[in-house]
Design a protein around this ligand. Structure first.
Ligand SMILES: *[C@@H]1O[C@H](CO)[C@@H](O)[C@H](O)[C@H]1NC(C)=O
Ligand SMILES: *[C@@H]1O[C@H](CO)[C@@H](O)[C@H](O)[C@H]1NC(C)=O
Ligand SMILES: *[C@@H]1O[C@H](CO)[C@@H](O)[C@H](O)[C@H]1NC(C)=O
Ligand SMILES: *[C@@H]1O[C@H](CO)[C@@H](O)[C@H](O)[C@H]1NC(C)=O
Ligand SMILES: *[C@@H]1O[C@H](CO)[C@@H](O)[C@H](O)[C@H]1NC(C)=O
Ligand SMILES: *[C@@H]1O[C@H](CO)[C@@H](O)[C@H](O)[C@H]1NC(C)=O
Ligand SMILES: *[C@@H]1O[C@H](CO)[C@@H](O)[C@H](O)[C@H]1NC(C)=O
Length: 449
């Protein structure tokens, strides 16, 4: 067979596969299950991921859900075009290859599934002992697909059971699910910490994350950069949103010119290289730099007093003018409390120069207030002129997790869901060949390896 290497289409595809190989090299999850609910057999989503039908995973003792398709919609690409739907409780049972922490991702596309009206979709989801969510399609105004991501710790029995229970309160309520992912993660990604974690302004002192705590990912932002699709994560299929809608004053958005990041402080699977090659800093004016805070406002559910949020800040100094300790010192405030008085990324990375990614974890308490959503403020302020070479701040990435409470509960009293995921749907008007090409282009951005 002839292989026209000069053809740009083939080059694109070579490039595309190389990138996937490179980006996924960081970590290979021992368990990697993607269920396309409401189907049987294998299917592949537009990004090339392989999904399996959900029948083999439905526990035999449980009620059998019906398979349904939603009405055609440009948004309903796999796994969102089919669902498993039931008015009685049903359970998926998984026997994994390894114990330890896993991601559970639940994919929902609230829609009318044939004779099931979307207004009657009202149910709760449990995974092992944890209540993950109370889902109500009412809370979702537009037809939008969404992903809810959780982390739980799987014990030595390596078993995971996920149960969907329609509400007993609403007559005719039903549960549905479009897609389920189970993906392993390295034990030290979120649960085990090799470094100190700071409690911001707290008296109760909770410095570690016990393995009987479940996490719900609330926000995962590529600060100053673009959306990072699951296939461009480090092998765990996380997606990273842009921070545009959360940052109050955009500041400056420098882009790194790094050929090689040096992972000497954290493992290379913690976040994609792309995340560390963009950042936000302040504007070009010294007077202005010193007179404002670079601030993100993040809408969070208030939690009970004892349960903090885990906030992870990602940093990487890549600007040529920042080289040594003291070049850039800044202050980090969370919820108006001081989280860092002398943030100095070069110092944190051991005064070894630029291009060394690092993250810092903080536990923050968002106390119940009157409002449904609390505006959590993350504010960065320049350090005192006497201490810092430049009056500037930097942030490359941000992750926020809600922690389960002592009743193993993560579901909030309000049933709101955050829409996520501007998945790249194939252009419905274009020919199939063209849409494949489009995906290659979207994923084909260099990943700074
Ligand atoms: C969870 O932590 C407890 C105590 O820290 C430990 O005894 C137990 O083995 C851990 N469970 C798993 C599944 O690792
Ligand atoms: C990027 O790096 C290359 C080679 O190291 C250099 O020639 C170029 O000037 C740099 N560009 C910027 C914008 O710093
Ligand atoms: C810098 O900002 C200050 C305060 O906003 C303003 O008064 C000054 O004119 C600015 N300087 C420049 C060079 O833009
Ligand atoms: C922080 O202070 C600002 C005003 O300075 C206020 O609007 C906001 O609600 C405060 N946030 C918290 C978490 O206290
Ligand atoms: C920055 O935020 C801190 C904490 O909320 C506040 O004390 C300080 O006044 C703010 N600085 C400016 C310039 O707004
Ligand atoms: C203010 O921030 C800008 C943008 O990062 C930076 O270029 C500039 O050097 C800062 N000003 C001072 C005086 O450090
Ligand atoms: C979830 O909704 C059910 C009603 O369907 C309610 O009984 C339960 O308390 C809710 N859970 C939480 C945590 O609000």
């Amino acid at each position: 067979m002839k292989f026209p290497v000069a053809n740009p289409f083939y080059l694109f595809f070579l490039h595309f596969f190389l990138i996937i190989l490179i980006c996924c090299e960081c970590y290979t999850p021992p368990d990697n299950i993607a269920l396309n609910c409401g189907t049987s057999g294998l299917s592949s989503s537009p990004d090339g991921r392989i999904w399996t039908g959900d029948i083999p995973y439905i526990a035999s003792s449980s009620g059998k859900p019906n398979f349904r398709s939603s009405k055609p919609s440009p948004l309903s690409t796999l796994p969102y075009d089919t669902a498993s739907v039931s008015q009685s409780e049903f359970t998926y049972a998984f026997r994994l290859r390894s114990s330890g922490p896993i991601f559970i991702r639940l994919h929902f596309f609230p829609s009318s599934y044939q004779d099931f009206a979307s207004s009657k979709a009202f149910f709760s989801v449990k995974a092992n002992q944890f209540t993950l969510t109370n889902f109500s399609a009412y809370a979702v105004t537009a037809e939008e697909h969404m992903v809810k991501e959780y982390c739980i710790y799987v014990g030595e029995d390596k078993s995971v059971k996920i149960t969907f229970t329609p509400s007993h309160i609403q007559p005719g309520a039903y549960a549905f699910i479009n897609g389920i992912e189970i993906v392993s993660m390295p034990p030290d990604l979120y649960y085990v910490s090799h470094r100190e974690r700071d409690n911001v302004g707290n008296k109760n002192g909770r410095y570690n994350l016990p393995n009987d705590t479940a996490l719900e990912m609330v926000l995962r932002l590529n600060v100053g950069g673009g959306f990072i699709y699951p296939m461009k994560d480090t092998g765990m299929y996380r997606s990273w949103q842009t921070d545009d809608e959360y940052v109050n004053d955009g500041g400056a958005v420098p882009v790194g010119n790094t050929t090689e990041l040096r992972f000497i402080k954290i493992a290379n699977y913690c976040a994609p290289n792309e995340l560390y090659s963009t950042a936000r800093t302040m504007g070009p004016n010294r007077t202005k730099n010193q007179s404002y805070n670079l601030t993100w406002s993040l809408p969070l559910d208030p939690q009970s007093q004892e349960v903090p949020y885990l906030v992870r800040l990602h940093f990487c100094e890549f600007q040529p003018e920042i080289n040594s300790v003291g070049d850039r010192i800044f202050i980090i405030y969370m919820a108006n409390l001081t989280a860092e008085e002398h943030a100095d990324v070069i110092s944190w990375t051991g005064n070894n120069g630029r291009d060394i990614p690092i993250y810092k974890d903080y536990f923050v308490y968002i106390n119940p207030g009157e409002e449904k959503k609390h505006n959590f403020l993350l504010a960065l302020q320049t350090g005192p002129v006497s201490e810092t070479g430049r009056s500037d701040v930097i942030l490359n990435g941000l992750e926020v997790f809600k922690l389960s409470d002592s009743y193993y509960n993560l579901a909030g009293p309000n049933l709101d869901l955050l829409p996520l995921f501007p998945i790249a749907p194939p252009n419905p008007t274009s020919r199939p060949g063209v849409s494949k090409m489009l995906i290659a282009v979207i994923l084909g951005v260099p990943c700074w390896v």
